[in-house]
Design a binder for this molecule. Structure first.
Ligand code: BDP
Length: 706
């Protein structure tokens, strides 16, 4: 063998050893690959010579195991787990201490990390807090923070930090783009896929403490005794990691599986059925988290079928939960088909009158915006308008309206935009975040839910960048004051590379992705102009659907005069649902931020906007520059190629090519279609599309074929 071949082989070996062989993404951000820089490694090696844990619980064992696996991988040295440290120095001490005065403000889940000069201490009042602290320490090492003098104290701001899986018992995932469901219902409870544990680890690492396992369009199957035992098997894996399971319930279950003639929430037999069912659930799953309910929405049954309201339904379930530590999350995603109405106002019409009528165990779960997880929405007007009801913020991590698994869209900026919106409910500073965490109205319970983007694909999320959305959701639910770019950098360091310039480039590009996606799909506040049913690709010309509010023209209202939905007093007046300060912000077409313009105003094509361009020119400018920005994303991504695993890099590169192709599709479809109303040329310097409206319509038709 020549010297050159030897060197090459050695180099390949070192690369494989330090990065693992080709990265298939399975390990998410918990990679724990060897720290390449020997000097850096040494500092950590000295601080992490052992892990000391007293106490036997499964949660403490999970914490110690994770530290052992993580640190031995990162440091390339064995890290023994021992009992009492007996005066040893240079290790990590796990200490559960409910009495320590310094732990007083930590609640059940908060943790402290500190350097006591001899050892690094991870402490909290309960085992689960120490588990969170263990992951936090690993994050410090993975992101190469100094441990010397470490002093961190962290308490979650929101209590129930939940993933909502829209997974069906047959293994499909509603709006899932990463393969089939990870829950293998047919194999459970006997076969327990080891993947469930890795799922639980990933959740715990970002502080997610519960999961609704099944779709909101719920199957009654999950409530049968047979299936509850399957659910219990999953719960058993999640429990040591501080997560509880929840179920979405099918409202008519008492009829379908209970054999009753009705599902009327005021019917004594129905109430009794739910009570008995709930007791059974707690017998099988003692730490069951509670129920999520989609009722009287999109064809699902509900209490209104019997002339009752949402509070009647929710309170009946709350009564069934009496004596158990469980909650009801009742969704506010309701809207009736009304060609003359405004879907924007639908949830408010049904829920505002019920404020104060819900039992203490009930939280109302509200999507971030009033329509449906669009690329950009104003915050939902229910936030800040139901002071007597705790509201759960629901965001969508699966990219139903954001390009499935083919478009790179990092969602923390979207989530933050909602969280940071000021409702002015109790004066300035009453942000959605503070409404949701309970501090505005002094609620004792709080929650945030992310519709999961997880499937059985090897890398969990289909698009490798989708992992960042799972990560960011957990981090923001724990602490909504974190910055989205900081979270992106943190995720990147753990997942893709620790090279500082590359981290900066990647975090910078991630931070722009959502803004770019909005520009080439739905600029200036356009919304709901996507492909019918499938919700992929553009279809602004959609005029007829099963319901008027499932068309596109219902929302964009293009005509020869202009574009946009007038939601001011001259139109639907949905704007009146907000506090006066917000009305002032959005009520004037001249002063409103262009990003929200067409959400609230019907604007003449020739009107000059704040940007100096006419509406038509601005619209075209955004579509064109938005699509061009995907080329910028490609260039940025290409730059970091030497620093990122080759397989993973190639995967994202390929997806960025699809993204560009589809950005052009969106651009061409939308400018050509709106041009039929605006009757103006595509402004310079942009070249008119090379294809016709019929060409792009044909593309959409393909996706609509069965
Ligand atoms: C819509 C989805 C639909 C969901 C619904 C919901 O298209 O699949 O069932 O939201 O949130 O966006 O209930």
């Amino acid at each position: 063998m020549s010297l050159r071949t030897c060197l090459l082989l050695l180099c390949l070996f070192v690369c494989a050893a330090t990065r693992g062989v080709a990265d298939d993404g399975y390990r998410l951000w918990l990679k724990y690959d060897l720290i390449g820089d020997a000097g850096q490694r040494k500092q950590y090696q000295q601080a992490a010579q052992f892990v000391s844990v007293s106490g036997q619980s499964a949660t403490l064992k999970a914490a110690a195991d994770e530290l052992q696996t993580g640190l031995s991988g990162l440091l390339g040295q064995p890290v023994p787990v021992i009992g009492d440290a007996k005066g040893r120095k240079g290790g990590i001490i796990l200490r559960v201490d409910a009495q320590a005065p310094d732990n007083a403000g930590l609640g059940e889940e908060g943790y402290r990390l500190y350097d006591d000069k001899n050892n690094l201490v991870i402490t909290g009042r309960r085992d689960v807090a120490v588990l969170y602290g263990a992951f936090a320490l690993l994050r410090q090492v993975q992101t190469r923070q100094l441990l010397e003098g470490l002093k961190i104290s962290s308490v979650p701001k929101i209590q129930r930090r939940l993933l909502n899986h829209w997974d069906n018992p047959n293994g499909t995932v509603e709006r899932g783009y990463a393969g089939s469901s990870i829950w293998k219902w047919y194999e459970l409870p006997e076969v327990v896929d080891p993947r469930y544990r890795d799922y639980a680890r990933a959740n715990a690492s970002v502080g997610i403490n519960g999961a609704v396992l099944n779709n909101v369009n719920a199957s009654p199957r999950l409530l049968t005794t047979e299936y509850l035992h399957k659910v219990a098997a999953v719960a058993g894996v999640l429990r040591p990691y501080g997560q509880r399971v929840y179920l979405s319930v099918f409202w008519a279950a008492p009829k379908v599986i209970g054999g009753l003639p009705t599902a009327d929430p005021l019917d004594p037999q129905v109430r009794q059925w739910w009570k008995a069912k709930t007791d059974e659930i707690y017998q099988i799953i003692p730490d069951f988290g509670g129920f999520l309910v989609k009722a009287n929405s999109e064809g699902e049954p509900g209490p209104q079928d019997y002339g009752r309201n949402h509070a009647d339904g929710a309170n009946m379930l709350a009564a069934a939960l009496e004596g158990h530590d469980g909650l009801v999350m009742w969704r506010a995603f309701v809207y009736k088909a009304d060609p003359k109405g405004d879907r924007f106002k639908a949830a408010s019409a049904e829920f505002l009158p019920l404020d104060g009528k819900f039992a203490p165990k009930v939280l109302v779960q509200v999507k971030n915006g009033p329509i449906d997880f669009q690329a950009r929405e104003p915050f939902h007007p229910l936030f800040g308008a139901m002071p007597r009801t705790p509201l759960v913020l629901e965001v969508q991590l699966t990219q139903e309206y954001l390009g499935f698994a083919t478009h790179a869209v990092y969602l923390a900026p979207l989530i933050k935009e909602c969280l940071d919106s000021d409702t002015y409910a109790q004066g300035k500073g009453s942000t959605v975040a503070r409404v949701v965490d309970g501090s505005v109205d002094q609620h004792a319970v709080s929650g945030m839910a992310g519709v999961a983007n997880i499937g059985a694909d090897r890398n969990w999320t289909g698009h490798p960048i989708g992992q960042a959305n799972w990560y960011a959701f957990g981090r923001l639910a724990w602490d909504h004051t974190l910055g989205s770019e900081a979270i992106a950098a943190e995720w990147t360091r753990q997942t893709l590379t620790t090279d500082p310039p590359a981290v900066q480039t990647i975090a910078g590009l991630l931070q722009q992705t959502r803004r770019i996606y909005v520009r080439y799909t739905a600029p200036l506040g356009l919304h709901h102009i996507m492909g019918e049913g499938i919700h992929y690709g553009p279809q602004p010309w959609l005029e007829r659907s099963a319901r008027p509010d499932w068309t596109a023209i219902y929302y964009h209202r293009a005509d020869s005069v202009g574009l946009g939905f007038d939601r001011t007093a001259t139109g639907s007046n949905a704007l009146a649902l907000y506090k006066p300060e917000v009305q002032q912000l959005w009520g004037n077409a001249q002063t409103i931020a262009p990003d929200y313009l067409l959400w609230f105003h019907h604007v003449p094509w020739r009107q000059r906007l704040r940007t100096g361009r006419t509406l038509w020119d601005e619209l075209c400018t955004r579509y064109y520059t938005g699509a061009d920005s995907v080329l910028w994303l490609q260039r940025q991504w290409a730059q970091v190629q030497p620093k990122v695993d080759p397989a993973l890099h190639a995967d994202v590169t390929a997806r960025l090519q699809t993204q560009y192709k589809e950005a052009l599709w969106w651009r061409d479809a939308c400018v050509l279609y709106f041009q039929t109303y605006a009757r103006r040329p595509i402004p310079a310097p942009f070249a008119p599309p090379q294809r016709t409206l019929a060409d792009v319509k044909r593309l959409v038709d393909i996706y609509q074929l069965r």
